[in-house]
Structure formats: structure tokens, C-alpha cells
Design a protein around this ligand. Structure first.
Ligand SMILES: C[S@@+](CC[C@H](N)C(=O)[O-])C[C@H]1O[C@@H](n2cnc3c(N)ncnc32)[C@H](O)[C@@H]1O
Length: 198
């Protein structure tokens, strides 16, 4: 067990995982401060919820059990590197979305119209309506492909898809209230950016 955990494979894959997670959360927090000001940003912008900690904790436990029992399984570097590429691509898509939306981007879904909230339809928002969700979806699944965690991979796909399947209509209910026909027209032309979600 100790040998497996101190192997090159384990050290590299766990470091990549921890690095990806730390970079994701710290950069989300710093961007929120940049666009909304320190006094308007709370620790919730670190995006660390109870469910998230359970999911990531489960993924780490799965990784440790599998590398101890079937270390050769973790050594398919082609797939692991594909996961690393997904992490980078997902991170870039998400951050491009945040920077493009700027002040309009809030971690909590706005349920009241705020002055200066403009509808963003340019840049990456002209390709998909929910680029930050698309980016997070790719990023999170990429972490499990990189770790070569089959159980967590399936669980992440199902749980995240269901989460966005519920969140997007809720968010868009308010966007239609705020921007009326402009949002309806935008949503008619531009896909959501998540598979099988209109
Ligand atoms: C967590 S952000 C996610 C934004 C978007 N769903 C995405 O994936 O890039 C949620 C906030 O963004 C705002 N929002 C979402 N789409 C928007 C758009 N096209 N223009 C302006 N604000 C938007 C919503 O009102 C909500 O408060």
C-alpha cells in the first residue's frame, strides 16, 4: 500500500489532482473579488459545498483503494493525459466565460434584477448559453479521467448532468424575467453547451 502511494504514478496523479482543485477554487475566488469587490464576496465564492467535498473525498478514496489493489490500472498514461487535457480545456472555457460576462457573472443565481445587469451574448456566450457550466462539467469529469477512477467518473457524469439539468431552467426562468424577448430570442438561437440539455 505504502509503495503504491509513493510510486511515480501516484505522486504525479495526486499532485495533478490537488493542483487542479486548488487552482480552480483560488482562481474562482480571486476573479469574484476582481469583478465584484472584496466586500461583496464571501467564502461561498470558493465554491466548496458539503456535497462537493463528499464527491472529491470519495474520488480520492477510490483512487487510493485502486492504486493499492490494481496499480497497473492507473498506468494507462494516454487516458490519464487525456484527462489532464480535459482539466485544462474545461478550466480555460470556464475562465473565458467568467471574464466575458464580467460583472454579470455571479456564483449565486440572481433572482432579482439588478441595475447594470446586462445580457451577455457576445464572445463565448455566442457559441453557448452556459459556457461556465460546460467548462466545469469538462473540468470535473477530466479530474476523474486523469485519476482513472471508473466509479467516480460515472458518478460525476450522472450527478453533474442532473445538477445542471435542474439548475439551467431555474436560472433561465429569472433571465427571461429580466430580459424578456431578448433572452427568449437568444435561447432560441444558441444551444446550452451541455449535452442533451436544450
Ligand atoms: C454562475 S453564473 C453562470 C452563468 C452561465 N450560466 C454560464 O454557465 O456561463 C450565474 C449568473 O449568471 C447570470 N447569467 C447567466 N447567463 C447570463 C447572460 N447570458 N447574460 C447575463 N447574465 C447571465 C445569471 O443571472 C446568474 O446570476
Amino acid at each position: 500500500m505504502e509503495d503504491a502511494l509513493t510510486s511515480y504514478t501516484a505522486i504525479r496523479q495526486i499532485s495533478q489532482f490537488v493542483g487542479a482543485v486548488v487552482f480552480f477554487h483560488v482562481s474562482e475566488y480571486l476573479l469574484a473579488i476582481y469583478f465584484h469587490g472584496r466586500s461583496n464576496v464571501s467564502c461561498s465564492s470558493l465554491l466548496i459545498s458539503k456535497h462537493y467535498v463528499i464527491a472529491m473525498g470519495f474520488a480520492l478514496v477510490e483512487y487510493i483503494v485502486e492504486i493499492a489493489l490494481i496499480p497497473q490500472w492507473k498506468e494507462n498514461w494516454f487516458l490519464s493525459n487525456c484527462g489532464l487535457v480535459m482539466i485544462l480545456v474545461g478550466e480555460v472555457i470556464r475562465k473565458v466565460a467568467i471574464v466575458t460576462a464580467g460583472h454579470a457573472f455571479t456564483h449565486m443565481i440572481r433572482i432579482y434584477y439588478e441595475e447594470h445587469h446586462e445580457l451577455i451574448t457576445h464572445g463565448i456566450y455566442s457559441i453557448m448559453r452556459h459556457p461556465s457550466y460546460c467548462g466545469f462539467f469538462i473540468w470535473a469529469i477530466g479530474t476523474q479521467v486523469m485519476l482513472r477512477n471508473p466509479i467516480s467518473l460515472i458518478a460525476f457524469v450522472l450527478v453533474l448532468w442532473r445538477f445542471f439539468f435542474r439548475r439551467i431552467p431555474y436560472e433561465e426562468f429569472f433571465l427571461r424575467q429580466f430580459f424578456g424577448p431578448h433572452y427568449i430570442e437568444y435561447a432560441r438561437k444558441v444551444p446550452s453547451g451541455l449535452p442533451f440539455i436544450r
